[in-house]
Design a protein around this ligand. Structure first.
Ligand code: NAD
Ligand code: UFG
Length: 338
């Protein structure tokens, strides 16, 4: 298939690019680099041995999106492009609504105009909020606790309505749990701008000496060791699921919403220990107050993804820590300037 990756220069998009090219697809990356670096494109070329077709594009610009679709033919779109910081979304909700929801509407409009009727969408476990029980199944109650989560829920709903209105439009919503790790080459990985919000990139920056110590948010959660429990999923496993989802829409011509996780929760302190073992160095940390909005324990029931896509996670926490560390130690300051 000829596939457009919107937001394909970002962390998950770049890894998906590699898998899709390996599976023989023709893949075009579009991005506005609002949260990524042009340096990723050279690295993708190094991994795949081919130049990376790239289109600068801001999804907020409806005319530009529409013009771009008018000049190109695509068989499918994978839509990663979004702002993703929970804290920032609470400070600037309108920017999140404009970028994530507005950008998605422009994208769907461009697709509809040109008859592109296959979509794979990056959703998130954030749509479950604080789940009543774990593991979380797709039919669990949806409840969002911040504007970022709201955008994911609204986008799932908009896409669902579009599928209802056009029986030939098919979408797969992939609800990612906690992506971590990097491509085994160490050439691409997670490169957050500023202070990392998420646990794994923060640990990586402590390990490489960019930050003094990790703050562990809360030691009094009702979990095995008092720290928060999450379902960390290797980004290469996640990447593979996008290829499987594209095969699914092409083959089954149906819509689907699935969890992508391992089905196993691990605590902050368990992840710190696994990383320290993989990197063979201490990760200094201190336990501080809980982070507002956090929840104790979230992990997936990933069995639907297995049944429908034939997908399951293959890589464990050791591989996630080893690969994240390889990326960070080879690229202590992230991507080079392009
Ligand atoms: P990322 O920020 O690394 O990648 C997103 C990419 O989209 C970036 O390259 C950014 O420049 C681009 N982008 C943003 N707004 C754009 C716009 N208006 N026009 C064009 N490009 C735009 O994030 P990621 O971790 O790769 O996440 C990818 C997707 O997965 C996002 O939709 C995110 O919400 C979702 N997700 C991420 C996580 C996570 O923890 N990483 C968890 C669940 C869901
Ligand atoms: N944590 C720390 N210290 C840090 C960062 C995180 O102790 O510096 C803890 C958190 O309290 C939590 C766990 O590590 O217990 C994971 O936190 P992350 O911020 O890495 O991930 P979250 O589960 O809070 O949220 C992330 C995304 C959400 C998304 C969710 C599920 O930020 O947008 O994964 O996909 F919804």
């Amino acid at each position: 298939m000829r596939i457009l990756l919107c937001g394909g220069a970002g962390y998950i998009g770049a890894h998906a690019y590699v898998v899709l090219v390996e599976r023989g697809h023709e893949v075009i990356v579009a991005d506005n680099f609002s949260n990524s670096s042009p340096g990723v494109l050279g690295r993708l070329q190094q991994i795949t041995g081919q130049p990376v077709p790239f289109q600068p594009l801001d999804l907020r610009d409806r005319e530009a999106v529409s013009g771009f679709f008018g000049r190109q033919h695509f068989d499918a779109v994978v839509h990663f492009a979004a702002l993703k910081s929970v804290g920032e979304s609470c400070e600037r909700p309108l920017d999140y609504f404009h970028n994530n929801i507005g950008g998605t509407l422009n994208l769907l409009h461009g697709m509809q105009q040109t008859g592109v009727r296959r979509l794979v969408f990056s959703s998130s476990a954030t749509v479950y909020g604080d789940p009543a029980s774990v593991p979380v199944r797709e039919d669990a109650r949806l409840q969002v606790t911040n504007p970022y989560g709201r955008t994911k829920l609204v986008m799932e709903e908009l896409i669902g309505d579009l599928c209802l209105s056009d029986p030939d439009f098919h979408a797969v919503n992939l609800r990612y749990f906690n992506p971590a790790g990097a491509h085994a080459s160490g050439l691409i990985g997670e490169d957050p701008g500023g202070v990392p919000n998420n646990l794994m990139p923060y640990i990586c920056q402590v390990a490489v000496g960019r930050r003094e110590r990790l703050s562990v948010f809360g030691g009094d959660w009702p979990t095995l060791d008092g720290t928060g429990v999450r379902d960390y999923i290797h980004v290469m496993d996640l990447a593979r699921a996008h290829a499987d989802a594209l095969d699914f829409v092409a083959r089954e011509r149906r819509n689907l919403t699935v969890n992508l996780g391992t089905g196993h929760g691990i605590s902050v302190l368990q992840l710190v220990k696994a990383f320290a073992d993989a990197a063979a160095r201490d990760i200094p940390y201190q336990v501080v107050a809980r982070r507002p909005g956090d929840v104790a324990e979230v992990y997936a029931d990933p069995s639907l993804a297995h049944r429908m896509l034939g997908w399951r996670a293959e890589l464990g926490v050791e591989a996630m820590c080893r690969d994240a560390w390889r990326w960070q130690s080879l690229n202590p300051q992230g991507y080079p300037a392009a």
